[in-house]
Write a protein that binds this ligand. Sequence first.
Ligand code: GAP
Length: 436
Amino acid sequence: MDEVVALCKRRGLIFPASEIYGGIANTYDYGHYGVLLKNNVVNAWWRAMIQERDDVVALDSAIIQHPRTWEASGHLAGFTDPLVDCRTCGLRFRADHLGELQCGRKPSKHPGEADECDLTQSREFNLMFETTIGPVKDSASTVYLRPETAQGIFLDFKTTLQFARRKPPFGIAQIGKSFRNEITPGNFIFRTLEFEQMEMEYFVPPDQAEHWYQHWMQARLDWYVALGIERERLRLRAHDADELSHYSSATSDIEYLYPIGWSELEGIANRGDFDLTQHAKHSGEKLEFFDPNAGERYVPHVIEPAAGLGRTVLALLCDAYDTDEIGGEKRTVLRLSPAMAPVKVAVLPLLRKDGHPEKAREIYLELRRHVTAEYDDGGAIGRRYRRQDEIGTPLAVTVDHQTLEDDTVTLRDRDTLEQVRVTVADLVGRVTESVR
Ligand code: GAP
């Protein structure tokens, strides 16, 4: 993990937020290549949910919803972690994770193990961030930053059902930020205070719930494999009864073998009719479906694949991170699939003179009409290749003396290191074909 974190910082993919003020706990910023990588994941998710299906529609609901949303959903009463404070070092710890955490004064020991530790009793601490609406701060104006995107989907179930002209089984998908006041041991972007979720609520007739639960588990697992993640580092793990959330009758996690061990990448839950029933009760609206063929009214059950964008990015980075040796020198390389690579092709003039930059820029301008390309003429050619290898660029085009004579360039493959000569006329076709 340390090496991945160092690479992300070195190449500006992901780095601690508010660094000039010393940082802020469990909060990170994404730089240029990090944003491009994240966008590739987002696009792949929308593609799988919307473009390749006709039973899912998109939504972008508000982050701040009516506060009664969280009463109905159970988050106000039950979305808590057990916490203890240490009166000696002033740090706060998850009471159920003490065995994984370090004592504030003696890092070789767990909190509570050193003689000087003085832990409080465990208290339940709600994970929702509170804020207020309007200029007067009173309890009537208290609102919450959403801890999951899912509830916005349930609130819009009735409206969406009307305008989308769908009937169960159908889904509503959304990507957006969620917020949780998490205390964590600090595993980079694995658990952060704000994070993006990619959630889809799939509304089904009650007797089809098990079928669609199985369907989505397999479909979501296949999606990660299609992104290029090694199948052996992915597994499905069913929750034990005592792990289930208050709303769930069955949940399975897709786990990835992160450097910190097998950990949750995505949860697929059978939420039954819990959410629609709760919101119907609290709002007074009927949240049900009338099936005119059967002449029946029912509350659909919900199957929910809920993925984390940051955790997917982290899994891709851990999975792609590799080192090897070229000519006796160590090389770090991100072996991302071309579809996930932030930059698909780099264009590098061999020299910064003799017409190389002009020709290289011309080629770059043509390539970037088709794929994300980067022009780089700074530093020795070997160093420029290394830079591209570290951000996972699958192809590099080099313009040299011969280019000016016969209009050919070399095309270098990040993984095989093979360099082939290609005519400029064939270049766009070759590049777009191999990064598709
Ligand atoms: N709507 C269901 C739900 O929110 P969850 O398992 O709490 O379920 C779904 O969250 C996904 O969101 C997780 O599998 C994880 O990928 C991501 N996630 C949850 N909390 C996170 C956090 N604090 N930081 C980063 N990702 C998080």
